[in-house]
Write a protein that binds this ligand. Structure first.
Ligand code: 9MR
Length: 338
């Protein structure tokens, strides 16, 4: 668990001891940042360029969150677009920011079919296997001791629970997953190693497949420490059924669980009713994580509607974050942190 001073609790204890009523000293709405109202890490995806260029973005991030996840800066296609030519500039900047501000880092992500450099796709099986091993060793080695948790394998399942036919699956077969975790443990024994996916928040075919895999990996002694649930939700699709029970069944396998990329997109234009549904979804995500002792982290995929992947991917959707484009707290934020 994170090592933070919990002002609310401290205040409550002082108040109780002094025998005065809490309402006399409770700070004004949202005076206490999100990171200080919980024992979980509270994170956001961040982009190095916004961090460098937008003082207001940096200030809200620094105030509210105590975990950062590089949104793109650690992906293979970014760090090694050309074989053996590395660009660590964005990743270094974020890790350095985290060190200066005392935040933890979730590394994202090592083995993923997307944002892969073209040269990786062209390798034959033997070369691919060494390249994956080398990629894990190089990237994790560079940040050894500085990354709390790594998304080692990302999005390896299809929605029906079959394995995605990625270049890794096609050329290396099922064993690529266990191999990746073993190489990751060797590269940085202090990092918590996660498998991460989307549409696995509720009880469904995909989360069943993920559950079976994690159970088997644990049984085989593969070093896996956690399961990340991305939680990219949309108000028009309903809240994932069985969310809390699902987190709990994974935790019962003896792994940590984490919400790693939460956002709740809305069919534009947003209005008060849709923002209220969004607030309700964020609150359920938050509460479900807090109801499961091994849910150690609540991270959102960006924190401001000013910068979000959603409109680029779903042009008629947006407004998916806790803060609006002007960095004002939205109903979803106040619902979690009244
Ligand atoms: O937010 C990321 C966006 O800027 C990139 O263009 C995109 C490329 O695929 O990846 C986005 O982040 C994804 C994350 O790495 C994995 N889970 C889904 C996220 C949203 O697409």
């Amino acid at each position: 668990m994170k090592n933070t001073i919990f002002r609310i609790r401290a205040v409550a204890v002082l108040v109780a001891v002094a025998g005065v009523t809490l309402s006399n000293v409770t700070p004004a709405s949202a005076a206490v940042p999100l990171k200080n109202i919980t024992h979980r890490y509270v994170g956001s995806a961040v982009a190095a360029n916004h961090l460098a260029n937008e003082a207001d973005y940096r200030s809200v991030l620094t105030r509210e969150f105590d975990n950062v996840t590089p949104e793109n800066e650690m992906k293979w296609g970014v760090v090694e677009a050309t074989r053996s030519h590395y660009d660590w500039s964005g990743a270094d900047a974020i890790v350095d920011y985290a060190r200066r501000t005392g935040k933890s880092v979730r590394g994202h992500t090592l083995v993923w079919h997307s944002q892969l450099p073209g040269w990786v796709n062209d390798l034959e099986a033997g070369e691919l296997r060494s390249a994956v091993k080398q990629h894990i060793a190089t990237e994790m080695g560079r940040y050894k001791g500085k990354i709390r948790a790594w998304d080692v394998v990302n999005e390896m399942f299809n929605d029906d629970g079959t394995r995605r036919s990625s270049v890794f699956q096609q050329k290396l077969g099922d064993r690529y997953v266990a191999d990746a975790f073993r190489w990751a443990r060797a590269a940085d024994p202090s990092a918590k190693l996660y498998i991460n996916d989307y549409n696995t928040e509720g009880l469904n075919a995909k989360s069943d497949a993920l559950y079976d895999l994690v159970r088997k990996l644990k049984k085989q002694g593969v070093p896996i420490d956690g399961v990340g649930f991305q939680a990219h939700l949309a108000t028009q699709y309903g809240f994932p059924a069985g969310y809390q029970a699902n987190l709990a069944r994974f935790a019962a396998l003896g792994v940590d669980v984490a919400i790693t990329e939460a956002d709740v997109r809305i069919l534009m234009p947003a209005d008060a009713a849709k923002l209220a549904v969004q607030a309700n979804y964020f609150k359920q995500l938050w509460d479900g994580c807090h109801a499961v002792a091994r849910c150690v982290e609540f991270t959102t995929w960006g924190f401001t509607d000013r910068h979000s992947w959603v409109p680029d991917t779903f042009p008629s959707e947006g407004a998916a974050c806790l803060f609006d484009t002007n960095l004002r707290a939205k109903p979803a934020y106040t619902r979690i942190n009244p």
